[in-house]
Design a protein around this ligand. Sequence first.
Ligand code: AMP
Length: 558
Amino acid sequence: MPDGGCNIAYAALDRHAHGPMASHTALRFVTADGWDGDLATRDLSYAELARLARCFTNVLRELGVGKGDRVFTMMSRCPELYVTIMGALRNGSVVSPLFSAFGPEPIATRLSLGEAEVLVTTRAHYVRKVAKVRDQLPSLKHVLLIDDGAADGDEPGTLGFWRCMAAASDEAPITHTTPDDPALLHFTSGTTGTPKGALHVHGAVTMHYVTGLYALDLHADDIYWCTADPGWVTGMSYGVIAPLLHGVTSIVDEADFDAERWYRILASQGVTVWYTAPTAIRMLIKAGPELASQFRFPSLRFVASVGEPLNAEAVWWGKRVLGLPIHDNWWQTETGGIMIANTPAFDIKPGSMGRPLPGVTACVVRRHDDGTVSVIDEPDIEGELALTPGWPSMFRTYLHAEERYRNSFADGLYLTGDLVKRDADGYFWFVGRADDVIKSAGHLIGPFEVENALTDHPAVAEAAVIGVPDPTVGEVVKAFVALKDGYPADDDTMRSLMAHARKRLGAAVAPKVIEFTDSLPHTRSGKIMRRLLKARELGLPEGDTSTMETTGTMETAS
Ligand code: AMP
């Protein structure tokens, strides 16, 4: 930055808006309306996006929102998303994206934990998820609705986003920020407790840039498509920031997944670099070879995938159907950027996540009961993936949870919670999670959050939630529920419970399967043994059950 500071939005946007990239298309929106086989698009140049971002910086300033204040987004991929993120970062405010498929409960939890001061969203999301609990969110001062024609007060206590924008000047000097100033807050889930707010700083931008180059091979003349949802970290780091940093044209599909639409976008928009996820790839595979054979992708140069294990077959499917093998890479919310990758510079090992990027030091460790770890040097031995701290996009804390943050380190290493093996060539192979979090359609789901919502139902005495393997979405959420006396384990209770969970959590997080059981297995200290339930579900050995208190008898009613 000219003043010697560091701001993600300066590097991603302001820098281009006044240079040779000004008129270059930053974002090409493929609109959702009227999809009947034809795609309609609209473009936003770097200069225009920057102008709108400056207006939004002024909207925040007019509202008295400043450096460090938290600005939350809850919307799908639309221009307002990019304008809000960039405008807020320019203002030194901290941006936190919410997954818009979350139901009211996960949304309220995150707004509250993150002490949201501003929420930019749609009227429908606001009315369904926030309005009723607004009085329980004292920090939330301003809600801006992005709907066309939204006026101030349309919903009590809301402002019209575009009304505010129209009144704002487009002259807004960027706030001075340093590499260590907070910029982004991403919520993620653990086995227990509330969601964890991983806080990232402006200095992360160097990692977004470098990984965009080394792991995704981004160059200014690329047409790049990242399919990640903007409510999760990939949607931010590689859906918003990295492509803008590299001056590419990003394709932004405003509609939901549709196999034919996706092939058509790849082909007709001339996508050169595609970053997607295993669930999407499996859905394309499921749509069959006939559909795929109607399209050609001569512009495509590089394809990468993240978020879940990508099996070797999917890598080769890429080669057959897209003409290119798929490069798997690994990272997580806490790392802020790609850490391990099959890069364009080296041979892919299909089924592996690749090797640590330059500057990243990764190893495999064994945890000991006393909290220490030892590094496993020999190849092909399973252990936990650990990283040497210090990369720029590393999270700086879990908001208001210092102890949880400290507990994710041992002997100077950051422990990722993933079980892996490293082969003799230095490639890492994913084995599974070391904890009980669930990955469903690429979304990380905390079992505790789901159990909490279930136990709020009057019929439920206790609930335990696990992920069970699914051929398309990786894992689906399954709940074991013990009912209170007097509640029958019948279809009516099941329906009522399913409806309750969907309403509270949203369909993306609610259990897909519920099984009634007389009781749940506990440790002697009272913790539910999810691992045992999972082992039983999968017909695997039950492992060490010496700490178990009772063994519940299962009775399936679903
Ligand atoms: P999130 O923090 O929501 O991005 O989820 C991160 C988690 O997703 C990681 O800790 C892994 O468990 C999983 N994950 C990410 N990338 C991969 C990959 N390439 N292969 C297997 N699992 C992955």
